[in-house]
Structure formats: C-alpha cells, structure tokens
Design a protein around this ligand. Structure first.
Ligand code: HEM
Length: 402
C-alpha cells in the first residue's frame, strides 16, 4: 500500500522499479490517500498512460470544475501560487494553444540546433574550471549551471541570478504535500514572483532581443497575453528549463557509471549518443510522475469509475518500464531500437523543450566522456541522496573524481 509519502520519499526515488512493477501487475489503477479525506488515482501501465495523456476529458485547469465559492477560497488562501498557474502547462484548450504558440517558434529543433556551438562552449568552460581540481560535484559544478545558463541566455536574464532560481525552484518543487492550488505557498513563491515582476519592468524600459523582452512586447501590444500569464510563463520557462535537464545529465551519468559495459560501448562509439540519451531519458526518469490531470466528467477505466473532479497521476516511469512495451525494461541498453518512451509526456502538453533537453544532454554527456574518460564516483553509490518531491527524480549531489 503506497502512500503519498512513499511516492515522494528519497528512499523510493533511489529504486522505484519494484513499486512500478508491483502496481502495474496488481493495481494498474491505484487509488491512494493524499491528505485527510482526499485521494488521487495513479496509472502505471504504458497503454493507460498514453491514453490518459491524449484524452482531453482529463484536464489540467481544475478551476473550471470548481464552484464560485471554492474558487474564492483558493484566491484567499494562496493568491501567489495561483498566479504561477496561468501557464500553458496548467491550461486547457483554447488557452493552452494560444500560450504555447507565443513561444513555440523559439523551441523548434531547427532554432535549437542553432545553439549547439554555444552549448558546447558553455560545457567546455565548465569542464575547464573543474579539470584542474581532479574532482567535482557533478550537479553543482556541471549539470546545473549548464542548462540554467542556456535558458537564462535565451530569456535574456543575467546568469549570475541562477543561484537564486535554484533556491526558489527547488523549494517549490521539493514540497512533499499535495500540489493543488489550495495549499499554502512557501515564501519562495513570493520572492520568485517579485523577481519576475522586477525583470518585466526592466525589460519594458530596456528591451533586448531575449525571449522575456519579446513576451513583454506581446503583453503590451494587446490582448494575446495578460500580465498574470506573462509572469507565469516566465516562471514556467525558468523552472522547466533547468530542473529536469540537470537530472537527465546527472542521473544519466550515474546510470552509465553503474553499467560499465554500456559506458564503454558509448566511449568506443560516440555516434551512439543520440539513442543513448533516449535510453537515459527512459531509464532515469527525470520526470518520474507526470503532473496531475483532473477528470472533467465521470470516466471509466479498468471497470472502475473515476468520478468527475478526481485527480489522476500518470507515472511516466511506470509506463517507461512496462514490459508490455519495452523488452527487458530494467536493463539499460543504449542501442535499444524503437524506444518510444514518454519521458517528455504525450499529447498537447508534450514537452516544449524536448529538442533543447536532448541537445544539452547529448553535448554534456559526450563531452564528459571525451574529456574525462576515467571519471568515476567518489564514495559509495549507496550513500547518494535523492531529492524529495513528487514530480521529479534527481540526486542532491553527485561527487565524482577523474
Ligand atoms: C512539459 C519533461 C526539459 C519546457 C513537459 C512534460 C514533461 C516534460 C513530461 C509534460 C508534462 C505534462 O504533461 O503534464 C521534460 C524532461 C526534460 C524537459 C524530461 C529534460 C530532460 C525541458 C526544457 C524546457 C522545457 C529544457 C525549456 C524551456 C517545458 C514546457 C512544458 C513542458 C514549457 C509545457 C508544455 C505544454 O504544456 O504544452 N516537459 N522536460 N522542458 N516542458 Fe519539459
């Protein structure tokens, strides 16, 4: 009987494979308590996960299901948290497509390919700094600064501010409580929003060619983007732009170190980096559980009725380790063919940043292997600590030597 606390605990994150196997086999639609009197459903099979992510009866914006009184209650109890939810990831059609269209051109594979040289340069600079020391914390010194510097440059935000983002977004994402809008917001939410407001004011006065300035212009131009949506969009891009890729790079490197045959195969065949990153996305689960969806009507699944208004969580890692879809799913196989993992989700909310995350992962890991061929863990893998929280799976620290 898995509880909310189990799914968010560091021990579970360390080895979630057995729990997914158990749930897929015994309770593919699992109902578990979240808080007193509140519960959520979880699906863990590949087919169910796909079906729910593509089914628009499972919605993101719970507000549309609430009474006026319930909405007012949320406005009163956590106005800042609500402010951060006016983004595409929390929206349904037609708002979702309007918001996504405003930024989708910036994230196409072609536009992202244009950043390759810059990503390589940032990667080289970070490794230059670490190389002389002979050791580093792979997260603080590499896997975190790389994606955060890239997204800051795309947005037009000073990269020096990145330590602040890290504190804010970790605090917001690592919370172990239920994540719907009526819980209390941590103080970091307020600090983050104040920062974004200030940023918008600066870009309004001194525009540049970064994405924040472009969005500020759209907001000032007319009715395509409200101020709340602008704040919320910037929040989403900053958080989504680094919180997941850091885990792909760090957990991906750890997985390779723990599978020396696969590591050697990749070192001997650098062109395998493309399928290797797909396999690391599948196997390491940077997003372990997708975000929630809400049933907008009564919906039947596995002969069970999911009542209107209930929350359904999709385990992306459960789906990606389903033997019905992947041969030997617990094996790391960087040559896996037809790797149709759903680590980036599925349907209308499919990850906007997938081309960027893929490129960053490919450049980061192949450069690490080329420049630090004898890189190894410092200390015991059993001692590594995983971060808490429901959505992501990632390490606190990853000490390595070379
Ligand atoms: C959405 C995973 C990197 C921006 C998503 C979703 C997943 C995901 C699973 C869908 C969530 C859902 O359906 O509720 C990942 C992983 C990444 C990654 C595993 C890295 C390894 C990035 C990057 C960006 C980004 C670098 C850059 C800005 C977004 C945005 C959405 C999204 C904006 C919302 C899309 C929408 O609602 O239409 N991501 N992501 N992600 N991701 Fe990523």
């Amino acid at each position: 009987h898995y509880t909310w606390n189990d799914f968010t605990s560091p021990t579970f994150k360390e080895n979630p494979f057995p729990a997914w196997e158990d749930l897929r086999t015994t309770e593919p639609l699992y109902r578990f308590p979240v808080t007193e009197g509140q519960y959520a459903w979880m699906v863990t099979r590949y087919e169910d996960a796909q079906a729910i992510l593509k089914d628009q009866r499972f919605i993101k914006n719970r507000m549309t299901l609430l009474s006026e009184e319930e909405k007012a209650q949320i406005d009163r109890s956590s106005p800042t948290l609500k402010l951060l939810s006016y983004n595409m990831l929390a929206a349904d059609a037609p708002d979702h497509s309007r918001l996504r269209r405003l930024v989708s051109k910036t994230f196409t594979p072609r536009m992202i390919e244009g950043l390759r040289n810059r990503i390589q340069q940032i990667t080289n600079d970070l490794l230059d700094q670490a190389q002389e020391r002979g050791e580093m914390n792979l997260i603080n010194d590499f896997a975190f600064p790389l994606p955060v510097t890239v997204i800051c440059e795309m947005l037009g935000i000073p990269a020096e501010d990145r330590q602040q983002f890290r504190k804010w977004s970790n605090a917001i994402l690592d919370q172990s409580g239920p994540f719907d809008a009526d819980r209390q917001a941590p103080p970091e939410v307020e600090e983050f929003t104040n920062y974004v407001r200030q940023l918008i004011a600066t870009k309004s006065e001194h525009p540049d060619d970064g994405l924040v300035s472009q969005l500020v212009r759209v907001e000032e131009d007319g009715d395509r983007l409200s101020e709340n949506e602008l704040i919320s969009m910037i929040f989403l891009l900053i958080v989504a732009g680094h919180e997941t890729t850091v885990n792909l790079i760090a957990s991906g490197m750890l997985a390779l170190l723990q599978h020396p045959d696969q590591l050697r195969l990749l070192q001997d065949n650098p062109s395998l980096i493309v399928p290797a990153i797909e396999e690391l996305l599948r196997y390491t689960a940077p997003v372990i559980i997708g975000t929630g969806r809400w049933a907008s009507e009564d919906i039947e699944l596995h002969d069970t009725l999911i009542p209107k208004g209930d929350m359904v969580l999709v385990s992306l890692m459960g789906a990606n380790t389903d033997p019905a879809h992947f041969a030997a799913p617990a094996d790391l196989d960087i040559t896996r063919e037809e790797n149709e993992h759903i680590a980036f989700g599925k349907g209308i909310h499919f990850c906007l940043g997938a081309p960027l995350a893929r490129l960053e992962g490919q450049v980061a890991i192949s450069t690490l292997l080329r420049r630090l061929p004898d890189l190894h863990l410092q200390g015991d893998a059993q001692e590594l600590k995983w971060r808490p929280g429901l959505i992501l799976r990632g390490l606190q620290e990853l000490p390595v030597a070379f």
